[in-house]
Ligand binder design. Sequence first.
Ligand SMILES: Nc1ncnc2c1ncn2[C@@H]1O[C@H](COP(=O)(O)OP(=O)(O)O)[C@@H](O)[C@H]1O
Length: 194
Amino acid sequence: MRERVLAWLADHVSAERIEHILGVEQTCLELARLHQVNEQEAALAGLMHDLAKFFPPDKLLSLAQQHGVETDEILTNSPHLLHAEVGAIVAQREFGIENPEILAAIRHHTLGFPGMSPLSCVVFVADAIEPLRGNTPELEVIRLTARENLYKAVRQTCDYSLRYLVSRIKIIHPRVILTRNWALIQEKQFLETK
Ligand SMILES: Nc1ncnc2c1ncn2[C@@H]1O[C@H](COP(=O)(O)OP(=O)(O)O)[C@@H](O)[C@H]1O
């Protein structure tokens, strides 16, 4: 399966993006091991998270519509955000992935989802902190947190993304805020049960 996905990626995303994807795959493996998440599933979701990253906007929109993906005004105006949802469609159609946890982790890798599974949390955080994302102090903080408290790392990843979007004066899809609020509650509960 892995070789087949890599061959497909070579034809559909840039060489640079493949390096990022391999970094996410490896980081998923490490985080899964630390947090008792299925390592094979995490690695496969990491490998597949950006399958639709280079699909043009009209293709993202038509595939989303064809497969009944729920859209809204922000998603139709920024079709690139649909690459996560469409990536899951490609994983299912092209590679026969039926595991709902893996498909959800691909779907939720950009905006997260309140109540998402630990596997989805692993992929969401790994996408942000894989080694090629750089070594800014903010990322180093999330990398350390991700070893201790996965939910806190999800919340910090949302905050990091929000700060970036605000600083660039970008439209913000509100789902990341719902994800952040959910993760904030989880991170506190996790600390209380320790
Ligand atoms: N909540 C959001 N609202 C609007 N745009 C967002 C939001 N979160 C991420 N984005 C933008 O969507 C694009 C893809 O994000 P992401 O999937 O995290 O990156 P990548 O595909 O490189 O792993 C980026 O340009 C990012 O700025």
